[in-house]
Design a protein around this ligand. Structure first.
Ligand code: GTP
Length: 340
């Protein structure tokens, strides 16, 4: 007899650290088989490629739109298919983690788990976890209504990248988050290092009368050693904003020249970084056996070497930029010119 599968919904604005948290979890998850449903805004799924696999890990990808709107029907269908495969013994998982796109409004996604009878019986939504990037959350809240929606919907909020900001910025971010959601506990984490019991199996959707609104709030350091508590401000200054200009752009090419792609990325970020909400690339560099991974949020960018290419594999490069008001055709030409 199958028990209902526990589902955790992972939300948080673009680049807030969802994949990083998942990778930390996967690296430390040794026993229970887990399925991860990845939703990507663009037509291609790069997050799936960035996730560590493993014996007990099943990664299912749902691309080309956001589950909260355009592919909501597909989302329910993907869940049903996963459950059917589980029943048939083709897919083994005891827990499901759904990583939504950074632009997803969690509200309609959550509804999916409650309106569909089959899903309601087979799945048990455990909690909505929102990640907030300490460095960028204030600006994201100024500019994107959905960022507030994600925080507002969360049962627990993980404040990420505190290592990138000073104490004052961190406190301001915490105060603002708390104004939006005074119900969720806050956990400060760095590089995804968060014990699983701080964000899994919270039973947040259990029907009970336990609605705690914290008077001030406390931040649990993931290492449990840095607890602070203080009173929040009373007034809110949240601004109205629209996301319509945001779009995902995919740039494809073959082998790239290291110097040329380096110069392209630098100049692209310098000119358009403010409008590049999130960008990720898996690049093939001439003369290098490993993939070059590039990831960025606005003007903060990181490069890293990923796994090696297989001998039989065709080496191709792909860059996805989610941004607004970008001169896409010009960028396409410039990107193409970085090939050999
Ligand atoms: N310095 C620092 N960097 C971090 C931290 N957490 C994540 N990052 C980096 O931030 C970037 C974005 O992190 P991801 O985990 O890809 O974010 P995401 O929420 O999955 O992004 P999307 O899928 O685009 O929404 C990566 O380059 C991470 O290495 C942190 O706590 N500190």
């Amino acid at each position: 007899m199958n028990q209902a599968v526990s589902v955790t919904l992972l939300t948080g604005f673009l680049g807030s650290g969802k994949t990083t948290l998942l990778n930390y979890f996967l690296a430390h998850n040794d026993d229970r088989p887990v399925a991860i449903l990845e939703n990507e805004f663009g037509a291609v799924n790069i997050d799936g490629a960035l996730l560590r696999g493993g014996d007990n890990v099943n990664i299912v990808e749902l691309s080309n739109g956001c589950v909260c709107c355009s592919v909501r029907g597909e989302f329910a269908a993907a869940l049903r298919e996963m459950l059917d495969k589980r029943t048939a013994g083709e897919l083994h998982f005891e827990r499901l983690i759904v990583e939504t796109t950074g632009l997803a409004d969690p509200a309609p996604i959550v509804q999916t788990f409650f309106v569909d009878e089959h899903l309601r019986e087979a799945l048990r939504l455990d909690a909505v976890i929102a990640l907030a990037d300490a460095e960028h959350i204030s600006r994201q809240l100024d500019e994107h209504a959905v960022a507030a929606s994600q925080l507002g919907f969360a049962d627990r909020i993980l404040l990420t990248k505190a290592d990138r900001v000073d104490e004052e910025t961190k406190q301001q971010a915490l105060e603002r988050i708390h104004r939006i959601n005074s119900k969720a506990n806050l956990v400060a984490i760095v590089n995804g290092e968060c014990p699983a019991d701080l964000w899994l199996d919270l039973n947040a959707f259990e029907l009970n009368d336990d609605i705690k609104i914290t008077a001030g709030f406390s931040v649990i350091g993931a290492d449990a050693s840095r607890s602070v508590g203080f009173q929040p401000l009373r007034k809110t200054s949240a601004k109205r904003s629209w996301d319509d200009a945001i779009q995902a752009h995919v740039f494809d090419a073959g082998l790239l020249d290291m110097k040329k792609i380096g110069a392209f990325m630098e100049s692209c970020i310098e000119r358009f970084g403010n409008d590049m909400l999130r960008y990720k690339g898996v690049l093939a560099i001439e003369g290098n056996p490993q993939r070059l991974i590039v990831q960025g949020v606005h003007k903060v960018v990181g490069f890293d070497y990923g796994s090696a290419w297989n001998k039989e594999e065709q080496r191709v490069s792909r860059l996805v930029i989610i941004g607004r008001y970008l001169p896409v055709e010009q960028l396409r030409r410039e990107f193409a010119a970085t090939t050999l």
